[in-house]
Design a protein around this ligand. Structure first.
Ligand SMILES: *Cc1c(COP(=O)(O)O)cnc(C)c1O
Length: 462
């Protein structure tokens, strides 16, 4: 059979897609009980994928079988309730199903003329997020792959605006000979902030570092005198402690000095959408740009991040390389708000998650993560030998033992048990285990099982 006939037969073969979906649903059904991290043999079996590029046209169903047989066992169960590594969110079923449906549409969200539905949903979600977070009404949103890209876009907008105000068009002239830009941030800034600074040509070596307090918050009094060439980068949710900077104390002054303020709120910005925790983001709306993820706290599927920026002209000029004169039509063209041109219509999952949860659902989802984090902190500190060095203000809990050596060994044992998955980090020059509660699925029982795993790991080694 020639390629076209073969493709056409596969294209209309319901059983191909149904088989894939069947495997996927089976996977979800095991999510609560399967090993959180793959077994050794599953990882060894990944050698099945090591082959030369095939010479001949393949068989679609065989490919799906292969992926299921050897791919699925080598996944981390991020969709389950006991994955606490990094800040990896679970998944809202309606969002997952919406993604599956939209995958068949294979939309490109670059322009309204390519995908009217993607353009419409981007406009709708932009409005919803401004409303939910309480951001200035002129704020615009770009839908990117994650907070790394959102931070990058924010710095591009800031760089554009600051230099433009100095009479320098960075999109034309670049940085050679440009007026200096100052970048001020805290010693606990996320590594993606540093990467964005370096990609943006601002130079990590030029950062004016500000010390943090015992919770990892920037110390307001230590922020240097800023000016209209300064970018001040704050955060909403320290990746280890979950701590939020004090925007009330910082933003008004920094704005009056003419600085651009960016807030990295990858997982923490969602606090603004809750009644219990929105005190953490008080006055954060005075910033110029914000970065947030869908795939962390909101539990959309990967990959989903959002750049929010109140200076539409700076963002679109920086990313579209056109300048202030571009006329943005009535209908939204997504590519003006992101570095990419072609992009899959990832807004669909974000829309579905927000449409499903609504204001009350977001409130319950985020508060629920906070509840589980508090529960974990309370239970783990009942056990002799474990200390929680941070205030559990959001969904992050750090755990440490009497020495770094014991902490690291406990971490290893907990990982080997595969009841849960947690990662390690450094906090105030000592080793810690990070527990990040980031899934709607995590129950009180999941927390108890996790505490038990920590307890038995500690018993194993002392
Ligand atoms: C996760 C995280 C990032 C990076 O986000 P990605 O979605 O992984 O690109 C940036 N900042 C903070 C505070 C984070 O927690």
């Amino acid at each position: 059979m020639d390629l076209h006939s073969k493709l056409l037969a596969d294209f209309l073969d319901r059983s191909l897609y149904q088989q894939a979906e069947e495997y996927g649903i089976n996977y979800l059904e095991q999510a609560a009980s399967r090993h959180v991290f793959p077994q050794e043999d599953a990882i060894e079996n990944l050698t099945k994928f090591e082959e030369e590029l095939p010479e001949e046209i393949g068989n679609a169903k065989d490919i799906i079988h292969l992926l299921n047989n050897y791919g699925a066992p080598a996944t981390s169960t991020i969709v389950g309730g006991r994955y606490f590594g990094f800040v990896n969110g679970g998944v809202i079923p309606a969002a997952l199903a919406a993604k599956n449906l939209s995958i068949f549409w294979d939309q490109n969200s670059a322009m309204q003329v390519i995908s009217p539905i993607a353009s419409k949903l981007e406009s709708v979600v932009q409005k919803w997020l401004i409303d939910l977070f309480g951001l200035p009404t002129e704020t615009v949103a770009g839908f990117v792959s994650g907070t790394m890209m959102a931070n990058f876009c924010a710095l591009a907008a800031a760089r554009y605006r600051i230099l433009h105000n100095q009479g320098w068009d960075v999109t034309e002239k670049g940085l050679f000979g440009a007026p200096q830009i100052r970048v001020v941030t805290c010693r606990e800034a996320h590594s993606t902030i540093l990467k964005s600074i370096s990609l943006m040509g601002l130079g990590k070596g030029n950062i004016e570092w500000v010390d943090v307090d015992e919770q990892g918050r920037i110390i307001p009094e230590n922020i240097p005198e800023l000016d209209n060439r300064s970018i001040l980068i704050l955060q909403a949710g320290n990746v280890n402690s979950g701590a939020f900077d004090n925007y009330s104390q910082i933003c008004k002054k920094a704005k009056s000095q003419g600085a651009w303020i960016h807030i990295d709120g990858a997982f923490g910005l969602w606090a603004a959408g809750t009644r219990r925790l929105n005190h953490l983001t008080k006055d954060f709306d005075q910033a110029d740009s914000w970065a947030v993820d869908g795939h962390k706290t909101l539990n959309t599927p990967y990959d989903s991040g959002i750049i929010l920026c109140r200076d539409q002209s700076a963002l679109t000029s920086a990313l579209h390389m056109k300048g202030d004169y571009i006329i943005i039509g009535k209908e939204r063209d997504g590519m003006y708000y992101t570095p990419e041109m072609s992009r899959r219509a990832r807004v669909i999952e974000l829309w579905a998650a927000l449409k499903y949860l609504g204001r009350q659902g977001v409130d319950q989802l985020v508060s629920g993560m906070h509840d589980r984090a508090l529960q974990f902190a309370q239970e783990i500190t009942k056990i002799d030998g474990f200390v929680v060095p941070n205030d559990v203000v959001f969904n992050q809990v750090m755990v440490k033992c009497s020495t770094d050596q014991i902490t690291n060994k406990v971490l290893q044992h907990v990982q080997n048990q595969r009841v849960c998955w947690v990662g390690g980090s450094q906090w105030k020059n000592s080793s810690v285990i990070r527990v990040s509660i980031c899934s709607w699925m995590t129950t009180e029982k999941d927390v108890n099982l996790t505490v038990e795993s920590f307890r038995s790991a500690l018993l194993d080694i002392i």
